[in-house]
Design a protein around this ligand. Structure first.
Ligand SMILES: Nc1ncnc2c1ncn2[C@@H]1O[C@H](COP(=O)(O)OP(=O)(O)OP(=O)(O)O)[C@@H](O)[C@H]1O
Ligand SMILES: [Mg+2]
Length: 453
């Protein structure tokens, strides 16, 4: 179920676990497993990720304290609430030292207990989502074009379902933004949204990031580590750049998607966790499958529903709105001058919205007056960020690849020539000091032609 909290209840008195389980059944957001002794409890913790555990302290053979220690080692983000008939200080202090979140005396009132469980869940969420404000900050997806508004409507529909989603789109089209929107509008919104960039790390590291590792499973594994799939428990796991997952990790991911089961690196037993997976790529995965680089069964699993994000050049009417949005975020005084909007809408934006964002930020910094003019726009600077595969050569709007320094060198030379090498005037036009210009002339070995040439 969407946004289900998994609760573990451990008490040696069957009447207690029975009663509590019945009470919890009234709340559909909770799914409760019960154990009557420490051994069963530990086995359950080995096999599934719990959000909160309620532990009786006094139990024969293995005490609640020992189960607490075990949980904190195996699954540190699980929040533990201790229950006991003798609400004495000694136990409370010891339990807190061992990492228990709360401590309740028996007989407990169900309302008390629920409040504590809810607080523990919140605490778990805060621990994981360090940027708390993120949850409350609205997601601004700007644009009024039909293709974008259709995509937003589509994403909202998808959010309501529990299906795995594959978001495809060119670089900078807003894939991560849409993944967040889907999470925020889903039943899992109160649970973590965990993003993993699959392209950013080597195979073994990715596997251990995703699924965790046991102590000593490889040289640098000095401590047992929880995988991000566990941290995301109940929430959404965002697999960014999923097309870059290596053939070594692909079968492990496939197994996880099929069964919800995973195994830590170096671990022997499988555990189950409930997460929704949203993935994103700017690669053409069908083509990757054809080329033998991506498993077709994995693509099939990831792509239960797909969302395609339109490139900015196909929805140019969104450009003025986006420009206004990015301006307002950074400045109160500067505005777009006449002619600038035209230049912005005529350009093809191979780096899509991200490129536009950078160009506007750059223009705010460059503009000398409150009016941003076409000369303040440095589109070609951003061109280096785009992915090469998406831009056919000589496509409209394409520009010779050139380094930023090369552009600067040529621009300085042009200005100097146009001003008869009057350095003071050139520096003023370039918006730099005469000294900086002098240093740049030296650095780029620019030579003033001698008279008569
Ligand atoms: N419609 C939009 N409205 C407002 N901001 C947007 C919109 N689309 C994208 N952005 C902004 O553009 C930037 C790039 O978006 P995002 O990171 O989601 O793109 P992406 O598709 O994941 O790119 P990449 O493939 O390069 O990772 C972000 O700063 C995002 O906030
Ligand atoms: Mg991205």
């Amino acid at each position: 179920m969407a946004g289900t909290y998994h609760i573990l209840l451990v008490d040696d008195e069957e009447s207690v676990t029975y009663l509590l389980q019945t009470e919890f059944q009234e709340f559909p957001e909770f799914s409760v497993d019960a154990a009557q002794n420490g051994t069963d409890a530990m086995n359950l913790v080995r096999s599934r990720v719990y959000d909160v555990a309620l532990l009786d302290i006094r139990m024969p053979r293995i005490s609640g304290m020992e189960v607490l220690k075990f949980i904190k080692e195996v699954s540190p983000t699980t929040q533990v609430i201790m229950l006991t008939a003798q609400a004495d200080m000694k136990n409370a202090i010891e339990a807190t030292r061992l990492g228990a979140y709360d401590f309740l005396g028996k007989p407990y009132e169900i309302d008390h207990l629920l409040t504590s469980v809810r607080r523990a869940l919140e605490h778990r969420h805060l621990l994981i989502d360090k940027e708390v404000s993120q949850t409350s900050r609205p997601i601004d997806i700007i644009g009024g074009s039909k293709s974008l508004t259709d995509t937003i409507a589509n994403a909202r529909k998808i959010a309501a379902s529990e299906a795995f989603v594959l978001i495809q789109g060119e670089s900078g089209t807003g894939k991560e933004l849409f993944a967040q929107l889907i999470h925020r509008e889903s039943g899992r919104r109160h649970l973590p949204f965990i993003a993993v960039n699959c392209a950013a790390m080597p195979d073994q590291l990715l596997e251990s990031e995703l699924f965790g590792h046991e102590k000593g499973s490889f040289t640098s594994a000095i401590k047992t580590k929880q995988g991000l799939v566990e941290v995301a428990s109940g929430g959404t796991l965002f697999l960014d750049e999923v097309g870059d997952i290596s053939p070594l990790v692909q079968p492990k991911l496939l197994r996880f998607l099929e069964t919800g089961e995973f195994r830590r690196v170096g671990g022997t037993n499988s555990r189950t966790v409930d997460v929704r997976v949203i993935s994103a790529t700017n690669k053409n995965l069908q083509e990757e499958v054809r080329a033998g680089r991506f498993r077709d069964d994995l693509l099939y699993r990831l792509n239960v529903v797909s969302l395609r994000l339109p490139p900015l050049r196909e929805r140019k009417e969104d450009i003025p709105l986006l420009v206004e949005h990015f301006l307002q975020r950074k400045t109160r005084t500067k505005r777009i001058g006449p002619g600038t909007t035209e230049v912005l809408t005529n350009y093809d934006w191979p780096g899509n919205v991200r490129e536009l964002e950078h160009v506007i930020e750059g223009a705010i910094a460059l503009a000398h007056s409150d009016v941003i003019e076409p000369k303040d726009l440095w589109m070609n600077v951003s061109l280096h960020r785009q992915s090469v595969e998406e831009k056919p050569e000589n496509a409209p709007g394409s520009i010779e690849p050139e380094s930023l320094e090369e552009v600067e060198r040529r621009h300085i030379e042009k200005i100097l020539r146009a001003n008869n090498w009057n350095r003071a005037k050139s520096a003023q036009i370039l918006g730099i000091t005469a000294k900086t210009l002098y240093l740049k002339i030296k650095r780029y070995k620019l030579i003033e032609p001698s008279n008569g040439q």
